[in-house]
Design a protein around this ligand. Structure first.
Ligand code: PLP
Length: 341
C-alpha cells in the first residue's frame, strides 16, 4: 500500500502491507545472510512442518516515532532472547542476537514511511516470524527454517484507547497446561484461543481471562496480554511458572512500579476470588500490542466486579504515563531500554 494513502490517525490493529521485509533461510545447520526483499508471498512445500504440525514461533514489537523525529525500539534484545527461548522449546535454530537487532533496524528503516507520526499515538508493529519450512512427514522437526521480519502500521489494539475494557473469565477454556508450551511464543498456542475469544466477544466482552488449567482458580492471562492487579496497594502479577508468556511489558512494569513509583511488587498466584473483593482496587492488562489497558469490569458466571465507568485507576495511569513516556522519549530513559534506529 502507498503510505500516502494511509490515515495514520484512524488506524486499528489490522494488516496493512508495507514495502519491505527481511528474510533469512536456515539450511544444513546454517543461516543464510539475511536480506531485505519486497514484501511478497513465497513458496512453501505443502509438507512444511509449520503447516502440518505448527512448528512456528513469533515475536511482536513496536517502532515508535518520537517528538524529535527519532525512531525507537523498546528493549529489542529481550525479544531476541525470547525468540531464541521459544525456538529452543520448539526444536528450532537460534538466531544471533546482534544480527537480529541489526535486521530489525534495517527493516524499520526500509519501511520508515509507514511509521505513524508521534502525535497519532500509533506505531510500526514489527512481526518477526520463524517457521519450520522444510517438508516432513512424520512428527519431527523440519530440516529447513525461514526467519521473516515484516512490519505493519498500527493504532490502538483495543478501540477503547486508554479506557477500561470489560472482560470475562472463562470456566470452560484454558490456554496452556503445565509441561506444555505456554511460555513460548509459538503459533500453535493461538489457534486454540480463537473459539474461546469469539464466544466471549459474542457476549459483548472485549477479551477473555484464562484461569489455570489445573485448579481453574488462578488467573493466567488476558487473551494475548499479561494480567496485573493492585491488591492492598501491592502491584501483583501472576508468576511465570511455565504456562504464562513472560511479557517484556510485564517485566518493565514490575521495574517501573518498584523503582519509580515506590510500589511493593509481587509475582504470585492470584485467585479469581481476590478480584471480587474490595482489597483489589485496580486491574489492567499489559503487552506490546495492548500497552497498558485498564480493566473496567470482570465477570465470572453470575459474579460481576465493576472497577470504574472506564477511567483508569491511579496506579494504572501512572504506570501508563511512565511506560509510554519512556518509550516515546518524552521521559528520560534511565534504564537503557531505548534503542534508536
Ligand atoms: C506476546 C504476548 C504477551 C505480551 O508480551 P510482551 O513482550 O509484553 O509484548 C503476553 N501474553 C501472550 C500470550 C503473548 O503472546
Amino acid at each position: 500500500m502507498d503510505p500516502k494513502e494511509i490515515d495514520f490517525y484512524s488506524l486499528g490493529f489490522n494488516f496493512i502491507e508495507t514495502k519491505t521485509m527481511y528474510i533469512a533461510d536456515h539450511k544444513d545447520g546454517e543461516w543464510s545472510d539475511g536480506q531485505l526483499v519486497p514484501f511478497s508471498n513465497f513458496e512453501i512445500s505443502p509438507a512444511a512442518c509449520v503447516l502440518n504440525y505448527g512448528q512456528g514461533i513469533f515475536e511482536g514489537m513496536k517502532a515508535l516515532r518520537t517528538k524529535d523525529g527519532d525512531i525507537t525500539l523498546f528493549r529489542p534484545e529481550e525479544n531476541a532472547r525470547r525468540l531464541n527461548k521459544s525456538a529452543s522449546r520448539m526444536l528450532m535454530p537460534n538466531y544471533d542476537i546482534e544480527l537480529f537487532i541489526k535486521a530489525l533496524k534495517q527493516v524499520v528503516k526500509a519501511n520508515e514511511d509507514f511509521i505513524p507520526p508521534y502525535d497519532s499515538g500509533g506505531a510500526l508493529y514489527i512481526r518477526p516470524l520463524m517457521i519450520g519450512n522444510g517438508p516432513i512427514l512424520g512428527v519431527k522437526p523440519a530440516l529447513e527454517y525461514k526467519l521473516i521480519i515484516y512490519t505493519v502500521p498500527v493504532g490502538p489494539y483495543f478501540p477503547e484507547g486508554f479506557r477500561g475494557i470489560d472482560l470475562e473469565m472463562s470456566t470452560i477454556y484454558t490456554r496452556a497446561a503445565p509441561g506444555g508450551t505456554g511460555s513460548a511464543k509459538t503459533c500453535s498456542n493461538y489457534a486454540g484461543s480463537m473459539l474461546p475469544v469469539k464466544e466471549t466477544k459474542s457476549r459483548g466482552f472485549s477479551q477473555i481471562i484464562f484461569l489455570d488449567a489445573v485448579n481453574r482458580e488462578y488467573i493466567e492471562e488476558v487473551g494475548t496480554a499479561n494480567f496485573f492487579a493492585v491488591i492492598d496497594g501491592v502491584l501483583i502479577t501472576p508468576k511465570t511458572s511455565g504456562t504464562i508468556l513472560p511479557g517484556i511489558t510485564r517485566k518493565s512494569i514490575l521495574e517501573l512500579g518498584n523503582k519509580k513509583l515506590g510500589m511493593v511488587t509481587e509475582e504470585r498466584d492470584i485467585s479469581y476470588k481476590e478480584i471480587f473483593e474490595g482489597s483489589c482496587t485496580e486491574t489492567f492488562c499489559a503487552g506490546t500490542a495492548a500497552v497498558i489497558t485498564p480493566i473496567k469490569s470482570v465477570v465470572l458466571e453470575d459474579k460481576k466486579r465493576i472497577f470504574s465507568d472506564g477511567e483508569p485507576g491511579e496506579m494504572t495511569r501512572k504506570l501508563y504515563e511512565l511506560l509510554t513516556g519512556i518509550q516515546r522519549m518524552d521521559i528520560e530513559d534511565e534504564f537503557g531500554w531505548i534503542v534508536k534506529v
